[in-house]
Ligand binder design. Structure first.
Ligand code: C5P
Length: 297
């Protein structure tokens, strides 16, 4: 018997970053939007815990106990006094180390899949608490849709979305380390007064009304200067997408994936083709939003 869970990627339509806290994390106002690129996590009883991964970027995925999917299975098993003897297979379609929460998606997916496989019957709140222990973005991977994340991003308030938004994601060569991007943010902010992060009312309105032009005007990522500082070539990718007719462009989360909002699905196809021919990215993917959260399939 196996259980498979499908989990979406995310883009941060607003990532407002505050000062560094005493625990080393940053306070955030993090507006997550789930997008239609998915990993599938399948769990099957086995002699002992092991992970495999398939997909074009599978070689970049750690297959040891640091993988969030393995940690999720371990945490759930420990809570219920179970041996986490399970084979976790990740069919990977979300860019690896790309700022689209692919690792977090696998954590949330493995958690939901193991809960179903073992019949541990966790409540939504119990699952969310384990997700928060796994990482700041993991609760959102479970929930999907759109949500405002406060605290270090793990405290979610679900948001209403009044329409579909169309995106292109330009995948860069190689990943960026999230802690390194936050460290660069701190370096760039040295000596400056970093205001407390707040969600923009205009951005929340644009989501609620499904207004792509208004959303384009309100997109904001405080980590973008840090990501560009570590990877200056991303400026060329952003410029290529804008020149190809995207309504707006920004770095996705801590990057290096860049995100382009377009008016229609056809525009998204055009922007993706232009990005591919520009030679400023490894590949370009089209995806719609909002997407649903983790789901047993
Ligand atoms: O929570 P997660 O394990 O995904 O965070 C990875 C790293 O990103 C943290 O170790 C920290 O360096 C940085 N981070 C942060 N503030 C947040 C979220 C993440 O500084 N709110």
């Amino acid at each position: 018997m196996s259980v498979t869970v499908r989990v979406p990627a995310k883009v941060n339509v607003q990532l407002a970053v505050g000062g560094v806290r005493s625990d080393g994390f940053h306070d955030l106002a993090n507006v997550f939007l789930a997008v239609g690129l998915y990993d599938e996590v399948t769990v099957t009883p086995a002699e002992s815990l092991r992970i495999t991964c398939s997909g074009p970027d599978a070689h970049q995925v750690p297959l040891d106990r640091t993988n969030l999917a393995a940690r999720a299975a371990g945490l759930l098993a420990a809570r219920h006094g179970i041996d986490p003897a399970v084979h976790i297979h990740i069919a990977k379609d979300i860019p690896v180390a790309g700022g689209m929460a692919g690792g977090s998606a696998d954590g949330a997916g493995a958690l939901l899949a193991c809960d179903a496989l073992w019949g541990t019957g966790s409540s939504r709140d119990e699952l969310l608490a384990i997700c928060a222990e796994l990482g700041s973005d993991v609760p959102f991977s479970l929930v999907g849709g759109a949500a405002l994340g406060t605290g270090r991003g793990e405290q979610l308030t679900e948001l209403e979305v009044g329409g579909d938004f169309h995106w292109v994601f330009a995948v860069a060569d190689g990943g960026l380390s999230t802690p390194a991007v936050y460290r660069e943010f701190d370096r760039l902010a040295e000596g400056l007064d970093v205001p407390a992060p707040v969600a923009s009312p205009g951005l929340l309105d644009a989501l609620r009304t499904g207004d792509a032009s208004a959303l384009a005007g309100a997109l904001l990522n405080d980590l973008q200067p840090a990501a560009l500082s570590l990877r200056p070539s991303l400026a060329d990718t952003l410029a290529a997408g804008t020149a190809a007719g995207a309504l707006a462009s920004l770095v996705s989360g801590s990057g290096p994936t860049t995100a382009f909002l377009t008016k229609t699905p056809d525009d998204a196809q055009q922007v993706a083709e232009a990005l591919l021919t520009s030679g400023t990215c490894r590949t370009a993917r089209v995806a719609g939003s909002p997407a649903g959260g983790a789901l047993v399939v």
